[in-house]
Write a protein of this length. Structure first.
Length: 494
């Protein structure tokens, strides 16, 4: 039976909301997984296609760059056109571009397909958070964001493992293509399920063009590009050639916020309502916390891979298996944390961040003393348990006061900060690792220095969490509206 109610008046009690959540998380897992899964296939791709160093780098960095550029615009389109509609369009584009990546006959076309795939993923990802905002309320919302956090944590950590398994199973010089092809059947299943299970709304009477802030989208995209491009081009001298873009980024950001305030004063639809930053309790602190956390967390997978593969001579698959304790710990705790966030609030993220910082520091000490993968099982598991208590509770607490009709744009802004944090963290930790190796020649010293740097960034996020905890004590959060009134307001925004 096709469940696509156009006239439902109680989306908060939509009977298939948990099935709809499962579908959106499957699609979100694929899009986030493709940030990291390709890393293990880069040597094979380079040999198979005789690709240059720059082309190989862009296979990874081009996807991440395009992903980050369109997140806020994708969220705003979901708010305007309907999240189900945008989810189906973006997922269709992701499936198509995945097939194009797998079939690419040359390195140049592969890079182009990856850029398009990144755009599709950036349009797809905010719809999941936006749908959670509409379909779930109260304790159920915390549980739903717990599942969302588990998806983010699992996709981040298991990419290298799955990539290694696919390459091993496919074999041959063209086996890397299955890293992309595997998205096609999974994506088609998700499309059919989403068509049946995700609720929709009627198109509004206002012209679509009047609801899209193109100037704001261009200003924000240009600002994010100025921040990310030098970082994703780090290995080919991006910081040396493009450092001046860092100075242009705050200018574009100032112009963006000035334009958005002008749009709001003129009673027009802004890309990102500035009231999210000025009048939405918890959103600014949660966004900064999330960005700092991803600065510390995202880069550790690259430096650990470098250490295990170059320093200890592990295969990509073995290297990926070593870090699975983090993925297991994160997945286990994220779902539990989603249930506990209503009771413990910001204290949960404080404890989680402390666990991640201690786990990263312990991993650094252990690898410096014992150069073996088995030795980091417990500290990485502990860090993963802490990480699972950070992502989903922080998303829940950051978005709890955001009006549902701004849920997509807010989720896009939150995830844009995470993507910027990921780029900064990956560049910073890689720079620390390479610098120590170049000067000391010891991989053990390099991995210890990089992991301690990651722990330092996590401690900064912990500082922000403690400050936010104190601020929350001095303000009253708005009472959770009853489900009927929320549904009446949200039925036109799903």
């Amino acid at each position: 039976m096709n469940i696509r109610s156009e006239t439902s008046t109680d989306l908060a009690a939509y009977p298939h909301r948990w099935r709809a959540l499962a579908v959106t998380q499957l699609a979100g897992f694929m899009s986030l997984l493709d940030v990291s899964i390709v890393n293990v296939a880069l040597p094979t791709i380079a040999r198979s296609m005789s690709a240059s160093v720059a082309q190989v780098q862009w296979v990874v960095s081009g996807y991440a760059l395009a992903f980050g550029l369109v997140l806020v615009a994708g969220g705003r389109l979901g708010d305007t056109l309907g999240r189900r509609r945008m989810f189906l369009v973006a997922l269709s584009a992701f499936v198509l571009t995945s097939a194009l990546c797998g079939a690419a006959p040359s390195a140049g076309l592969l890079v182009t397909a990856r850029l398009l795939q990144g755009v599709a993923a950036g349009m797809l990802t905010p719809q999941s958070s936006g749908l959670i905002q509409v379909l779930f309320h109260g304790a159920e919302r915390g549980r739903a964001f717990g599942i969302f956090g588990a998806t983010v944590g699992l996709s981040t950590a298991v990419g290298p493992v799955l990539g290694g398994l696919i390459l091993t199973a496919a074999g041959g010089p063209e086996g890397w293509r299955w890293i992309f092809y595997v998205n096609v059947p999974i994506g088609l299943v998700a499309l059919v399920a989403a068509w049946r299970l995700v609720p929709s709304r009627r198109r509004g009477a206002a012209p679509v063009a009047s609801q899209i802030d193109m100037v704001g989208a261009l200003l924000l995209g240009a600002g994010v590009l100025c921040l990310l491009l030098p970082l994703v081009q780090l290995d080919s001298g991006g910081l040396r050639r493009l450092w001046w873009l860092f100075g242009l980024a705050p200018v574009l950001a100032a112009l963006f916020f000035r334009w958005e305030r002008r749009m709001a004063r003129g009673d027009r639809a802004p890309l990102l309502d500035t009231r999210l930053l000025s009048a939405t309790p918890g959103f600014p602190a949660g966004a900064v916390l999330g960005m700092l956390y991803f600065v510390g967390l995202s880069g550790i997978w690259l430096v650990l891979a470098l250490y295990f593969q170059r320093g200890l001579g592990y295969t990509p698959l073995r290297s990926g298996l070593v870090v699975t304790p983090f993925a297991l710990g994160s997945t286990m705790s994220a779902a539990v944390a989603g249930r506990l966030v209503v009771r413990y609030g910001r204290w949960l993220t404080v404890m989680g961040l402390a666990g991640v910082a201690v786990g990263c520091a312990a991993t650094a000490v252990v690898l410096y003393a014992v150069p073996a993968g088995w030795a980091v099982t417990l500290p990485l598991f502990a860090a993963g348990v802490g990480g699972g208590a950070v992502i989903s509770p922080n998303v829940t607490l950051t978005l709890e006061c955001v009006p549902p009709h701004m849920g997509g744009a807010a989720a896009g802004a939150l995830q844009t900060g995470q993507r910027i944090g990921s780029a900064i963290g990956t560049a910073t930790l890689a720079a620390v690792f390479y610098h120590v190796v170049a000067h000391s020649g010891r991989y053990q010293s390099a991995i210890a220095a990089a992991l301690l740097t990651a722990a330092g960034f996590v401690c900064l996020a912990l500082f922000v969490a403690v400050l936010e905890l104190r601020f929350r004590r001095h303000r009253e959060l708005p009472a959770e509206p009853d489900e009927a009134s929320v549904a009446q307001a949200d039925v036109h925004r799903a």
